[in-house]
Design a protein around this ligand. Sequence first.
Ligand SMILES: C[S@@+](CC[C@H](N)C(=O)[O-])C[C@H]1O[C@@H](n2cnc3c(N)ncnc32)[C@H](O)[C@@H]1O
Length: 249
Amino acid sequence: MKESEFYDKLKNWDFSMINYEKEIKTDWGYYKKIAENVNEHSLCLDLGTGAGENVLKHYPEVGMLIATDLSNEMIKTAKQNLKKYPNKNIKFLTMDSLKITFPANIFDLISARHTIIDAYQIHRCLREGGTLVIRGVDKNDCLELKKIFGRGQGLNDEIAISDLDYANIKEAGFKNIQKVEIIIDEYYKTKEDLMALLLKTPILEKTHPNNEKEILPIEKDLFDEYVEKFSTPRGILLERLYYGIKATK
Ligand SMILES: C[S@@+](CC[C@H](N)C(=O)[O-])C[C@H]1O[C@@H](n2cnc3c(N)ncnc32)[C@H](O)[C@@H]1O
């Protein structure tokens, strides 16, 4: 299955059914960074928003948030989810983050969490002095798991996605660029909880030489090998590695 079909089929980005706990080892909060750079009048854009689960729960109060995603199905679910938050100033719409059609210089802040970005298009749409905040999944996220499966998100990238984003953000003309590594240890209560995560995310996707992503079935023997190796009294350990970037136009 292609990555875009995968998200359309999934229709949501809700992990509340999965039983796990996390130990956050880095003090850099994505929504905290956003909150520090907006006020109740700000016009904001969240790219690749999924079904809005996270922006609905965690985005600070702003004048208006426009939240977009490539997947029509995700946006349909987001509009349903919005009904539970009648006081939120959020508008959901379908848009490809690589073909942004908003006018230039209009947003006070643009955010993107765990999704593809084009730094040049973001720079065009931000006003002078506006802020970019992103959080991404790094090449070495879940490294031990990816090593066992011999594939996974970003595993064979020659340049890590975090370095590529940083370079593109600089090249696009942003100033005051801050980049941090975000380390989180997750402990999954049971094998079924970990399997549910892997079936719901593209962590173990395969990238073909033409850069097309494919979601493959999960091999049970390799999964069992990982579970055996990383079982701890707290649960099955999964070492997450993300990156955060904040920059100013
Ligand atoms: C891993 S989910 C993250 C969802 C949300 N940002 C969050 O953190 O909860 C990635 C989302 O990016 C979307 N996406 C992938 N490629 C995209 C593109 N070119 N333009 C817009 N959205 C895209 C997917 O449809 C999916 O909903």
